[in-house]
Design a protein around this ligand. Structure first.
Ligand SMILES: [Zn+2]
Length: 160
């Protein structure tokens, strides 16, 4: 499985970018201390987790966790496809009750943290492995996502 960040070819499965997007939400959630959410290619919209936990990993608090998890899908999809991908959630609305532009510097900072989170070689491998399984099976429960992530992490740690 490729672990580089290069855009993929047009011959790949048409659902792979969406699978990568969903897998990145799951991997970023785990990086922030949340359980892996169940994933499904058949769900409409983007099933973002709305659960929050005390900050861990790249996030310092529940708000940062939610924003990083939300931004991760578009970030990983953009890395995989080379295209500009808009975020699937209006995260500025979560932060302000008025002018979303005032939140932009904070969101941009979290976007950089998100990019570093999903660009990490291990997380790129986790996203790719979960996305491939999601394309094959159509849906994954939390135990399946966790098992794939554990398996791929083991291979990564063994240098395989
Ligand atoms: Zn999304």
């Amino acid at each position: 499985m490729s672990s580089d960040c290069a855009p993929r070819g047009p011959d790949e499965h048409p659902l792979l970018p969406r699978a990568i997007h969903l897998a990145a939400h799951a991997v970023a959630a785990s990086a922030c201390g949340l359980p892996y959410p169940p994933l499904s290619l058949s769900a409409s919209g983007c099933p973002l987790t709305r659960e929050a936990s005390v900050g861990r990993g790249p996030a310092r608090n529940p708000l940062e966790t939610e924003v990083i998890v939300a931004l991760a899908g578009a970030e990983a999809e953009a890395i995989a496809t080379g295209a500009t991908v808009p975020c699937c959630a209006d995260v500025a609305q979560w932060i302000t009750d008025g002018d979303g532009a005032e939140a932009e510097p904070f969101i941009e900072w979290l976007r950089l943290k998100t990019a570093r989170t999903v660009e990490h070689p291990l997380r790129q491998r986790l996203i790719a492995a979960i996305a491939q399984a999601l394309v094959s099976r159509g849906a994954l429960g939390e135990p399946e996502v966790r098992a794939i992530a554990l398996d791929e992490t083991g291979r990564y740690m063994r240098g395989q």
